[in-house]
Ligand binder design. Sequence first.
Ligand code: HEM
Length: 347
Amino acid sequence: MKRFQHAFSPVAFKSLTLAVMFALPTAVVAHNHSKAEDDQHYALPKSATAQDFIAIFKEINGEHPGIRKAHARGVCAVGEFTPSTAAKQRFTSPLFQVDNAPLTLRFSMGGGNPNADERRGARGVGIQFELPNNQSHTIAGITSPVFSGATPNHFLGLLQWNLKMMRGEATREDVQKFMAAHPSMQPAIEWNRGRTASAEYTSATYYGIHALWANTQGDAQKFRWQLVPQAGEKNLTKQQVESGPQSFLTERLIEQVKNDGAVTFDWHWTIGAADDPTNDPSAQWPADREQVHVGTITVTSAGGEACTPINFDPVRVARGIRPSDDPVLPIRSAAYAISFGQRLSNQ
Ligand code: HEM
């Protein structure tokens, strides 16, 4: 059976399971089990470790020594960050204390396939901010505002059912039934319904998904971030998805910064209210929450290897910022460390 891409939200499952997920509400279920039997059959895995993820990424995508075990296809870039006055005044982190902080970025395709078809699937961005006194701040986000489930176990379960389907040990209906059995997987499915992938790395909005905390002069505030392209969002047409080239994102980015000049994103933080949960990456906060424009991120050149020795671990944050209790964050951190170590030692 053909290998498929995977990544961290249903967007990234497009090449294999998108049709499945979109058919979810009307899916015909082939099984003749009782509800109790189904509940057990489609239960979440009891545990989900970073090692489980690395192992299943390799089973799904094959071995690619020296390459990231997820977001395998991508391109390095460099740029700079200019914080807004509002952010300088409100937050105490050194992240906002200097103008023109140097950035190392990497734009990527979701999934562990280094030759991923770029017409479909989530795009990702990792950014390391270089701050005074050898400090740094790291973020990594994707083009979906929600994760495909409330916990790492949801995501591992989805990967397991997809792997079984790849091997002919399960059907599409099984994957659908697994997702239908776990309501926190629905927001990501809904968000992706009918949406095509971005036309360029720089015409997508990227979302940090998780909640973090930022210190202010008063109480710390919870926030979630989005990186919005100043030139606006642009998605592929249905025709480009059907018959366009499979590889264009890196070429376009290099051409853009060379010919069109720097590309700029606005960095916005959504400030959570007191009772907005910080531990559920599958659920967005209400749309009326306060937005703070915290600065602009400018990409000045692309290509090269500047991002190769960087682990874009979203838990490596500057002073004055701290991770929340989102259960996906510590698993990400551990999985990135394993992948980072393996790829730098050509495993
Ligand atoms: C259980 C959940 C997740 C696991 C196990 C996981 C695992 C990984 C791994 C192993 C890598 C490769 C790291 C490296 O070799 O340097 C990676 C890269 C990446 N992940 Fe995740 N991830 C998860 C969730 C997420 C989420 C929720 C997002 C978005 C908010 C995300 C965005 C990215 C991005 C953008 C990259 C590429 C970073 C780069 O360019 O080096 N991941 N992930």
